[in-house]
Design a binder for this molecule. Structure first.
Ligand code: SR1
Ligand code: MG
Length: 417
C-alpha cells in the first residue's frame, strides 16, 4: 500500500484489510479507532471492537514535536519492528507482542496494553510497583548481554550491527541529549528562573569535556543493541507485569545508555517530589522507595549480566580457552568486574546527560514540567542539573551504585544552600 498518513477512520479500513490482524476482531462492524499518541515523533492509534484492542503506531515524515518543517525519515518504524521482535525473543513477556509490520506504510501493529499504565505517570502519583526491579533488570541484562560480543560470534554480531544502523534517530540523540542543551540552540526550552544556572552550566569547561566524552562513547562504542530511549515513559506496568515499548531509537551503542536512562529518570522523579509531595513523611518514604529502585535496578542488572556471562561465555570477545591457564579463573573474574565497573560509569555519565537535557533541551518530562509554578519547578530543576552534572563529571571514580546514590542524597540534602 502506498504511504499515506492514517486518521481515525482510515486506520480502521487499513486494519480490516490485513487478514492476520483483522481476524482478531469478531465484530468487524464495531471496530473504531482513536489517536492517543502523546510522544514526540509518531501517531499512535488504539483500534478496538467491543472485545479486543490493538495498537497501530505509524511514523509520519516529520518530527511531531517540532512540526512539518522538521523532516524525519519514516524508516524508523523498521528499527522499532526489528527491536520489538528481538526484545520478544530475548526477554519474553517484557515487551509488547508484535502482530504486523508494514514498512511501506511505516507502521507496526502491536499488543494493546489495556491493563497496564505508563510508569512515569504513576510515579508522579507515588505509586509503587513491587516487581519492577526484577523485570527491568532481566530486560536490561538479557537484551544487553545477548547482543554483545560476549555472547555472539563476530559474524552474528556484525550481521545484527548492519541491521541496526539507525543514523537519523542517533542524530536526534546526538543533538538533543549530548550537544544542543548545553549551548545556544533555537529549540531549547528552559525555565528562566534558572537562567544563572543554565548560563553557568553552558560555560563549565570541565562539564562540557565530560559530556563530549559521553557523546563520543555514544557514537563509537557499539557494545550492545540498546533500546535507545528507555525512560519511564517507555515502560507500561502494573502490579504483576512490565512491558518495555517504543524502541525506535534502537542501535548498537553503549549498554550504559539504557541503564542510565532508567536511573536518570527515576532520579528526575525523586527531584520532583520535593515540590509535588509537601508532606515530609510521605515524601521521604517515596523517595526512599525510589532510591531502592535505583539501587536494586543496578545491582540486579549487574548480578544477572555477570551470571549470564559466566554461564554463556561463548562469544567472540574472550572464549573460555583464552582463560585456560593457571590463575585464569581469577583473571576472568577480574575482567568481568572491570567490564561491569566501566558499564556503571557509562550508566552514570549517560544518565547524567539524560537528566540535564530534560531540563535544558527540546523535550522535558512531566514529572518536573508538570509543576506549574516556575519558582517551585526551579527547586526540582536545580537538583536535577546538579546531580546530573556530578554523575557525568565524577563518573570515573564510581565503584558501585552507592556512589550515584550518595550524590543524589548529598545534593538533595543541601537543597537551597
Ligand atoms: C526531538 S525528539 C526528542 C526526544 O523524544 C524522544 O522520545 C527521545 O527521547 C528524543 O530525544
Ligand atoms: Mg520514545
Amino acid at each position: 500500500m502506498i504511504y499515506k498518513i492514517l486518521d481515525n477512520k482510515s486506520v480502521v479500513d487499513y486494519v480490516l484489510n490485513i487478514p492476520s490482524v483483522s481476524k482478531m476482531f469478531s465484530h468487524k462492524e464495531a471496530v473504531t479507532a482513536r489517536e492517543v499518541g502523546d510522544g514526540n515523533l509518531n501517531l499512535v492509534f488504539i483500534v478496538s471492537d467491543d472485545k479486543n484492542s490493538m495498537i497501530v503506531k505509524q511514523a509520519i515524515p516529520y518530527l511531531r514535536i517540532a512540526g512539518e518543517s522538521w523532516p524525519l525519515a519514516r524508516d524508523r518504524m523498521r528499527f522499532e519492528s526489528q527491536a520489538l521482535a528481538l526484545h520478544n525473543k530475548l526477554a519474553p513477556g517484557l515487551a509488547p507482542a508484535l502482530y504486523h509490520t508494514d514498512l511501506e506504510m511505516s507502521l507496526v501493529v502491536m499488543e494493546y496494553l489495556g491493563k497496564h499504565v505508563i510508569m512515569r505517570k504513576e510515579l508522579i502519583k507515588r505509586k509503587r510497583f513491587p516487581l519492577f526491579v526484577g523485570h527491568i533488570s532481566t530486560f536490561l541484562a538479557e537484551t544487553l548481554f545477548k547482543t554483545s560480543d560476549i555472547y555472539l560470534t563476530g559474524a552474528e554480531k556484525k550481521k545484527l550491527q548492519a541491521e541496526f544502523i539507525n543514523p537519523e534517530l542517533c542524530k536526534i540523540t546526538e543533538d538533543f541529549v549530548f550537544t544542543n542543551p548545553y549551548k545556544e540552540s533555537p529549540e531549547n526550552k528552559w525555565n528562566h528562573v534558572i537562567d544563572p544556572e543554565v548560563k553557568a552550566l553552558r560555560s563549565n569547561g570541565k562539564l562540557k569535556v565530560a559530556i563530549a566524552e559521553m557523546k563520543e562513547g555514544f557514537m563509537t562504542h557499539g557494545q550492545s543493541i540498546v533500546h535507545g530511549d528507555l525512560h519511564t515513559g517507555s515502560i507500561m506496568i502494573n502490579e504483576k507485569e512490565t512491558r518495555v515499548f517504543d524502541p525506535e531509537f534502537a542501535f548498537y551503542g553503549p549498554a550504559g545508555f539504557d541503564v542510565g536512562a532508567i536511573l536518570g529518570n527515576l532520579t528526575l522523579n525523586y527531584c520532583s517530589h520535593f515540590v509535588r509531595t509537601p508532606d515530609v513523611t510521605e515524601r521521604e518514604s517515596f523517595q526512599a522507595y525510589l532510591i531502592e529502585l535505583i539501587r536494586g535496578t543496578w545491582n540486579e542488572f549487574a548480578r544477572k549480566f555477570d551470571e549470564l556471562w559466566q554461564k554463556n561465555n561463548k562469544g567472540e570477545l574472550c572464549p573460555p580457552s583464552y582463560w585456560d591457564f593457571p590463575g585464569g579463573e581469577q583473571a576472568f573474574a577480574e575482567y568481568r568486574r572491570k567490564y561491569i565497573k566501566l558499564l556503571l560509569q557509562d550508566t552514570a555519565g549517560c544518565g547524567g546527560c539524560k537528566m540535564m537535557r530534560r531540563i535544558l533541551g527540546i523535550a522535558h518530562v512531566e514529572d518536573i514540567e508538570g509543576i506549574v509554578d516556575p519558582q517551585q519547578r526551579a527547586i526540582a530543576e536545580r537538583l536535577a542539573l546538579q546531580i546530573g552534572a556530578r554523575w557525568v563529571t565524577e563518573r570515573a571514580s564510581f565503584n558501585s551504585v552507592e556512589d550515584l546514590i550518595n550524590i543524589i542524597v548529598s545534593v538533595a540534602g543541601k537543597k537551597g544552600k
